[in-house]
Design a protein around this ligand. Structure first.
Ligand SMILES: *[C@@H]1O[C@H](CO)[C@@H](O)[C@H](O)[C@H]1NC(C)=O
Length: 437
């Protein structure tokens, strides 16, 4: 036992990296064959404690390599190099419905990796680890510039990649929760794509006037991006998730101003009032939301939102008219939007219109609605407050942890390839990495 305490070494490489970078966790100097527990602990910005842990047996030389050796139990099992991150979950006793979201992207996500003697499943705070390493996971690579944008009444942040530019640009939209959420845009900038995170539901103008944005707000955002001296105005993409994907479909097809090189839509639906304003689009969803069912776990199910997919052309975006490459990312266990059904309908529409050569669908069995950057802990359901709603409820997003985590890793890699191919015209700027910058 003393030998364990004195000699066990733990290393994590890189200990400072981007959130979507893999790391290698290595334990050395243990007794051959001894049982060990490796644990990751994280305190989120909103003050909640998260953990993940796994049981390993040291090999004949007293080592465990988390990237190569199987977990025998814990919050994940089998060989899972990044399981210590994607299986993070709130510690026992936490309030239900937490979701991990980084709001201050100028600081890293800090994770403490520790190794303990024996097979522990609880009571970690009372145990002294054999060794610990503090790991920093960044959304923002060194050299990325963060520029708040207020021009044209926008509430937005532009992230410029390191280097002289100009860069291709991207307009990044999140869904119905509103807020200025920056972590995906800054991560894209860390990978060479200048990205504008846009708050379009809870932005300053809306707060001051009480009126929702009109379609022009998005066109203003696009124009600000296009005219920026550091942006290649003819190389602009859009990326939207959930309601942000609905807006993306609409702009890509109907806007006279927005000219896109390509679009990425995650968990989105083309079913919407085509002639409608943002307000009308949302009220249709809210009408359905009021009719939601609640399951035995008190989770609200939106599954019947806009199903079956209507045949009335006024009720869906005519994707047959899209003129740029479109990447759809859908989870087949999406419990909040019929994204999969919508994707199948879009595929048919595009085939009929003869533009299906522009369409790529990434469809993931057992993945849910919130397909986020790699290693983001899976959240099957979380407390959700709609931007205007005065009530908070449990939203069921769906997905099964392992499949969902694999989907996030695969989708992100393919999204980056898709964006680079279409925005850089095939030339690859190379992945940014804290360890090689
Ligand atoms: C034990 O694992 C370490 C780290 O993966 C490796 O370098 C070493 O070769 C392994 N020893 C044996 C006997 O397999």
């Amino acid at each position: 036992m003393d030998r364990e305490r004195c000699c066990v070494r733990l290393s994590v490489q890189p200990s400072r990296g981007l959130v979507d970078e893999k790391f290698v966790v290595l334990v050395e100097g243990a007794l051959p064959g001894v049982q060990l527990t490796v644990r990751a602990a994280h305190q989120s910005e909103d003050g909640h404690s998260w953990e993940a842990f796994a049981h390993y047996n040291a090999n004949a030389t007293g080592a465990v390599n988390v990237a190569k050796d199987p977990s025998l139990g814990g919050t994940y099992s089998g060989v899972e190099p990044m399981g210590l991150l994607w299986s993070l979950r709130p510690v026992p006793g936490s309030i239900p419905g937490l979701r991990m979201r980084k709001m201050n992207i100028q600081t890293p996500m800090v994770v403490t990796i520790s190794v303990y003697q024996g097979q522990l499943t609880e009571g970690f705070v009372d145990e002294v680890p054999l060794a610990s390493v503090v790991v920093e996971r960044w959304y923002m690579a060194p050299g990325v510039r963060r520029i708040p944008i207020t021009e044209g009444g926008l509430t937005a942040t532009l992230f410029l990649p390191p280097g002289p530019g100009p860069f291709p640009g991207l307009l990044d939209l999140w869904g119905g929760g509103g807020q200025l959420v920056e972590y995906r845009a800054v991560l894209l900038a860390s990978h060479g794509i200048a990205s504008l995170a846009l708050d379009y539901l809870t932005n300053k103008m809306v707060v001051e006037t009480g009126k929702m944005v009109d379609n022009q707000y998005f066109e203003t955002a696009y124009s600000v991006l296009r005219e920026h001296p550091q942006i290649l105005g003819s190389r602009i993409a859009m990326l939207g998730l959930s309601f942000g994907a609905s807006v993306t479909f609409k702009l890509a097809v109907y806007s006279q101003v927005v000219k896109l090189r390509c679009a990425v839509c995650i968990g989105g639906s083309h079913v919407q009032l085509v002639e409608g304003s943002v307000e009308q689009m949302l009220s249709v969803f809210n009408e359905h939301a009021n009719k939601t069912r609640i399951n035995e776990k008190n989770e609200v199910i939106w599954r019947d939102l806009v199903l079956p997919i209507p045949t009335d052309p006024k009720l869906k975006v005519d994707v047959g008219r899209i003129r740029c490459p479109l990447l759809l990312v859908v989870g087949e266990d999406d419990q909040s939007w019929p994204a999969h059904e919508s994707a199948m309908d879009m595929k048919e529409m595009m085939e009929r219109a003869g533009n299906s050569n522009l369409l790529t669908i990434l469809s993931y069995p057992n993945a849910g609605h919130l397909i986020e950057p790699p290693y983001t802990p899976h959240t099957r359901a979380s407390r959700f407050r709609e931007f205007r709603g005065n009530q908070t409820f449990m939203a069921l997003w769906g997905g099964e942890m392992v499949a969902h985590s694999r989907a996030q890793e695969d989708a992100w890699r393919k999204i980056l390839v898709f964006l680079r191919e279409n925005l850089y015209g095939g030339s690859n700027p190379g992945p940014a990495s804290l360890s090689n910058l």
